[in-house]
Structure formats: C-alpha cells, structure tokens
Design a protein around this ligand. Structure first.
Ligand SMILES: Nc1ncnc2c1ncn2[C@@H]1O[C@H](COP(=O)(O)OP(=O)(O)OP(=O)(O)O)[C@@H](O)[C@H]1O
Ligand SMILES: [Mg+2]
Length: 345
C-alpha cells in the first residue's frame, strides 16, 4: 500500500478536499449568488490550497523527521536522510526505499541472530566435549596418585606401573590440548602458512616409511601408487600433518589384512591426493558430521587408539586455510576414501 500512495499525493488530495469543503460552505451557508464572484472563488481557492498544502507538508515532514528518520538512521547506521525531507516526500521513492530497507534489515538481522544461536549451540557443545574428553584422563590420574599417596608408592608391584599409567594420561591431556590449540589458531587465522615448493611424492614416502611398523602391527599394508614426482606449493609441515592423520585413520579403522592405497592425480592446476582403505567404512548418516570437532563414529575403536575426534577437523581447517578442498566417500563395511587437493607449484 505504502508503495502506491505517496505522501505528496495525500497532501494534494487533502488540500483539494479542503478547498471543496470551504467553497461549498461559502456557497450554501454564507454568500448569496456565490458563483457570480468567480474571481474571488479562484483567489480564495488558491490561497486555501497553498495554506493547507504548506501546513500539511510541514506536519508530515516533521512526522518523518521526528519519528521515522531516527529509525531509518538506526537501520542504515551510516546513511542518514537529509533534513530537507520535502524532496523525498515529493518522490514516492522514499517510502518505497524505507519499506525495502526495513525488510532487508529484518532479513539481515534474522540471519545474524540465527547464526549467533547456532554458534552459541556449538560453543556449549564444544565446552561440554572438551570437559568430557579431559575428565577421563584427569580422573585416572587422580585415582593413581591417591593410591600411591595412600601407600602404593612403597609397593614395588604397583608404584612404577601406576606412575607409567599416570604419564600416559598426562600425554593424552597434552595431545588433546595441543590439538585444541592448533584448531584455535586455525580458526582465529593466527596460524600463518609457510608455503613452499616441495615434492609431494617424497613427503608421502616419508610418512609411509614412518608408519610401516605401526601398520604392520595393525595388520595393514600401505601401498603407494606413485611413479613420478609432484611439486606442490603449500605449507609442508601442515600438509604432512594432514596426510599423516588420514593414513593413521586408514590404519586405525582398517580391518585385519586390509590395505591402504595412496595415489596422486594430476588435475591441471591442482593435484589430488587420495588415501583409500578397505576398512570398516562410515555409515551414510555419519559422513556430513565427520569433520566436526570431537565427532567419532566408532567411539570405542577411536578411544582404543587414543583418538579424540579432532584429527579430521584439523585436516579440514588446514586444507581450507590453503583454499583447497578435502572430501570423503565411504561405504559402511567396504572402506573409505579421503582426498585432498593441493596447488601445483
Ligand atoms: N578411514 C576411516 N575409516 C572409517 N572411519 C573413519 C576413517 N577415518 C575417520 N573415521 C571415523 O571418523 C571419526 C573422526 O576421525 P578423526 O580423525 O577426526 O578422529 P579420531 O581418529 O577418532 O581421533 P584423532 O583426533 O586422534 O584423529 C573417527 O572416530 C572414525 O570413527
Ligand atoms: Mg584420526
């Protein structure tokens, strides 16, 4: 409605109606043979029209300035309406713009509020997850220390064993805190990428060599399908961490006598590293949440390997900090395939 009727039109109609009422009143009530005084009628009508038009314009103007302008000012925050609002009133655009502005503002605010609510939900969940993860090793330490204080320290059967277990729990706390610090740095963009040119093939061979023993212990074979070198431009240390995480996952969530295949594909501007296993796989409904902090599909197996569910979240952050992508395809019971892209040097 407000878009169709402009304030200027309303004032004109009001002024014309007033002129009409005034003339009718004069004709019927006050002056005989009124129409014979046509010159006077015209002059009176013009004067009345101008006075009513002027007064109405002033009042509406004041209404806009006093009431709407501050609202408009708040909504636009920076864009302030000019005080000489008459020009705006003459142009229906003002009311049109105002309605549009308010609608846009409301949409924007709703979006922001929803985002804040979601962030608040994540924050609460995050605090809960951190406390939960730290609780187990802290309580374990507390238990061992209490036993040692209550006399266990003098018992050669348990003193060293309990101290070693305490050390293991402390290592776990350190690893969780370190992972959290890495995530925090990545999320606040504090982590500066030290990009350099390096050979991806060498890096992959290095990691695989380091993990061969661990893989053998878990009865997994690591197969590298790489013939030539691939020079990429990225932060070597961080990419090392990503590929290491993915290889360790493929071992931890693999099956006896299973294997992990490592391949690199040349894709014009980028290269794609693919780490595929024939392990336990991931159910379809878990895939969308896989990269969330602390998310674990197989909680017992993850815990058995000392996992916290932070690995993939860190991988995602690192890859995205490089403006590249990480993706997963998996089938429960058959295996998983994780790929990352990297910029070619
Ligand atoms: N290759 C894989 N095959 C099957 N499941 C996997 C694979 N990789 C990851 N997952 C599932 O995704 C979850 C999240 O992996 P992520 O690496 O983030 O955490 P994690 O391995 O449990 O702990 P950590 O923080 O030590 O890496 C795992 O707990 C596991 O359930
Ligand atoms: Mg992991």
């Amino acid at each position: 409605m407000i878009q169709k009727v402009s304030p200027r039109k309303i004032i004109m109609v009001i002024s014309l109606i007033t002129v009409l009422i005034f003339n009718t009143a004069l004709a019927f009530i006050v002056v005989d043979n009124y129409l014979t005084h046509w010159r006077l009628i015209i002059i009176f009508s013009i004067i009345i029209f101008l006075v009513i038009y002027g007064v109405s314009s002033y009042l509406i103007n004041k209404f806009f300035i006093d009431i709407i302008n501050p609202i408009y000012k708040i909504i636009r925050t920076v864009k302030v309406l000019p005080l000489t609002i008459v020009d705006e009133i003459e142009d229906a655009e003002f009311s049109k713009n105002l309605e549009q502005e308010v609608q846009n503002w409301a949409k924007e605010k709703t979006k922001q509020i929803n985002q804040l609510r979601l962030m608040e939900k994540y924050r609460k969940e995050f605090i809960g997850d951190v406390s939960h993860e730290l609780k187990t090793p802290i309580f374990t330490i507390q238990g061992y220390i209490s036993t040692l204080i209550e006399g266990g320290i003098d018992d050669p059967n348990i003193n060293k064993k309990y101290l070693l277990r305490t050390e293991k729990s402390i290592d776990r706390i350190i690893s969780i805190v370190e992972d959290l610090l890495t995530i925090s740095k990545l999320e606040t963009n504090e982590l500066v990428l030290n990009k350099e040119k390096f050979d991806l093939t060498i890096l992959i061979n290095e990691i695989v060599e380091m993990q061969t023993d661990y893989a053998a212990k878990k009865k997994i074979t690591l197969n590298i399908k790489l013939n030539n070198s691939f020079i990429v431009y990225a932060d070597r240390k961080l990419i090392y961490q990503v590929i290491l995480n993915l290889i360790i996952n493929s071992i931890n969530y693999g099956r006896d006598n299973g294997s992990t295949e490592l391949s690199v594909y040349d894709m014009d501007q980028i290269v794609m590293v693919d780490i595929s296993d024939n392990g336990i796989g991931i159910a379809k409904q878990d895939i969308p949440r896989l990269f969330e902090r602390f998310y674990r599909v197989d909680k017992s197996r993850s815990k058995e390997n000392g996992g916290t569910g932070l690995g993939l979240s860190i991988c995602k952050h690192i890859v995205e900090a490089h403006q590249q992508t990480i993706s997963v395809s998996s089938q429960e019971g058959l295996g998983s395939s994780f790929s990352i892209t990297l910029e070619k040097a």
